[in-house]
Design a protein around this ligand. Structure first.
Ligand code: XIL
Length: 360
C-alpha cells in the first residue's frame, strides 16, 4: 500500500509539472487583466483577410490611423465625410471591439483649404466648435474615447504654434492652454459619456515635456475641465528606454484621477538596406525590441489607471514608420510582414497574461 501511494504521488507530481496553462492571445489575455489592447487601423485594408483576421483575433479595440482626422472628414468647409470612419466603427461592432477616436484638434493633418483659407479667429472658432460638435455627436455611443487635442506642446513643453492656438487661433492666443480647455468643453457638451483625452508624444518618461503635460492636466482637473485621461503615444525610435521613468509618469498621472492610455506604441529598428527589399531587421535588435515592449507593457500594467495599450498599426507590412523615416527604419510592430508574431508579441502576451485579475 505505501508503495502504491508513493506511485500515485509521483504520478500527481508528474501530471502537475506537465500541465501547462493554455495559451491566451492578446485579446484573451487582456479581458481578465481589465485592459484594452488596441491597434491603429486603415479601413482600406479590412478586405485583406489576414489583416482582418489578425486584428479581430488579437485586439479588443481599434483606432482609425487617419480616418477621423480633419483631412479625411473635412474635404471642404461645408462637407463632412464620415465614410471611412464609419467603416472602422462597423468593423469594430462586427467583432465586439471598442473604438478610440483620433483626433479633433491638431496642427497637423489638416486640409489645405483650412491652412490657405485666411480665416479670422472668430471664423476659426466657429469652424472648430462646429467640427468637434458634429464629429463627436455623429459618433456618440460608438466612439467611447476621443483624443480631443493632439500634440499641443513642443519638446520644451511650451505651446506649439497652431492654427487653433495662435496662427491666428480661435481667439485665445494670449491665454495659454485656454484653447485646449475650450476644445474639451465643446467635446464634453457634444457627448457627455465619451472619455476625453489629451494625447502627446515624447512626454512618456520623466522630462520637461512630461512635467508640462502633468502641470496642465493637474490644473484642468482642479478646475473641473472635463478631461478623463492622457494618451502617451510611445513612438520609440531607439533601443533604450527608461521604462522605470515611464512607470513613474503613469503613476503620477493616474494619481490625479486620470486614466492613461498608451496610444501609439511602436519601436522602430534600423533596417539593413544593403540587400533587396523588404529590408530585414537584425535578429538581436528584434530581441532588444521585445525587451522594450515588455517594459512598456509592464509599466502600464503596474498602475490600475492605465487602462489601454495600443500599437500604431500591428503588422510591419503597414506602418507609418517606413514613409516617416524615408525607409531607413521599420519592423516596429508586434507582427511581421507575413502576420507572424515576433518576439515583441511574445513579450506583450506574457506580460498581459501574467496580469490577470490585476486591481481595477
Ligand atoms: C500618422 C499616420 O500614421 C500617417 O498615416 C499619416 O500620414 C500621418 O499621421 N502622431 C499621431 C498620429 O498622433 O496621428 C500620426 O499618424 C503619427 C504621429
Amino acid at each position: 500500500m505505501p508503495g502504491l501511494c508513493r506511485q500515485f504521488g509521483f504520478l500527481i507530481l508528474f501530471l502537475s509539472a506537465t500541465a501547462t496553462t493554455p495559451f491566451l492571445n492578446l485579446r484573451q489575455a487582456a479581458d481578465p487583466a481589465h485592459l484594452l489592447v488596441g491597434a491603429a487601423v486603415r479601413p482600406s485594408l479590412f478586405s485583406e483577410a489576414a489583416y482582418s483576421e489578425t486584428l479581430s483575433r488579437e485586439f479588443n479595440m481599434v483606432e482609425p490611423e487617419d480616418a477621423m482626422k480633419w483631412w479625411t472628414v473635412r474635404p471642404n468647409a461645408g462637407t463632412f465625410n464620415f465614410r471611412e470612419g464609419d467603416e472602422v466603427v462597423r468593423f469594430a461592432q462586427a467583432h465586439g471591439m471598442k473604438v478610440r477616436g483620433h483626433c479633433l484638434v491638431w496642427d497637423h493633418n489638416n486640409p489645405e483649404w483650412l491652412a490657405q483659407g485666411g480665416f479670422t479667429p472668430p471664423q476659426l472658432s466657429r469652424l472648430l466648435q462646429e467640427h468637434i460638435t458634429t464629429v463627436v455627436k455623429h459618433y456618440a455611443g460608438q466612439v467611447f474615447a476621443w483624443d480631443v487635442v493632439n500634440e499641443a506642446l513642443d519638446e520644451n513643453g511650451r505651446l506649439r504654434d497652431s492654427p487653433w492656438y495662435n496662427r491666428p487661433g480661435i481667439g485665445l492666443a494670449d491665454k495659454g492652454p485656454a484653447y485646449i480647455e475650450q476644445a474639451f468643453r465643446w467635446a464634453h457638451a457634444a457627448d457627455p459619456q465619451a472619455l476625453l483625452f489629451y494625447n502627446e508624444a515624447e512626454g512618456e518618461g520623466l522630462n520637461g515635456k512630461s512635467d508640462a503635460i502633468y502641470a496642465m492636466v493637474k490644473d484642468f482637473k482642479r478646475r473641473g475641465v472635463p478631461i478623463d485621461g492622457v494618451g502617451l503615444q510611445m513612438h520609440v525610435p531607439q533601443l533604450e528606454v527608461d521604462t522605470g521613468a515611464v512607470a513613474a509618469n503613469i503613476a503620477r498621472l493616474t494619481a490625479l484621477g486620470l486614466q492613461v492610455h498608451i496610444t501609439e506604441l511602436d519601436v522602430s529598428l534600423p533596417l539593413n538596406i544593403s540587400g533587396p527589399a523588404p529590408y530585414p531587421a537584425r535578429p538581436d535588435d528584434l530581441l532588444r525590441q521585445a525587451t522594450i515592449y515588455r517594459g512598456i507593457v509592464r509599466a502600464c500594467l503596474q498602475s490600475p489607471g492605465c487602462t489601454a495599450i495600443q500599437t500604431w498599426g500591428f503588422t510591419d507590412k503597414y506602418s507609418w514608420i517606413g514613409s516617416h523615416s524615408h525607409g531607413a527604419r521599420g519592423a516596429a510592430l508586434p507582427f511581421d510582414r507575413a502576420y507572424t508574431p515576433k518576439p515583441a508579441y511574445d513579450a506583450m502576451q506574457e506580460e498581459i497574461s501574467a496580469a490577470k485579475n490585476r486591481p481595477h
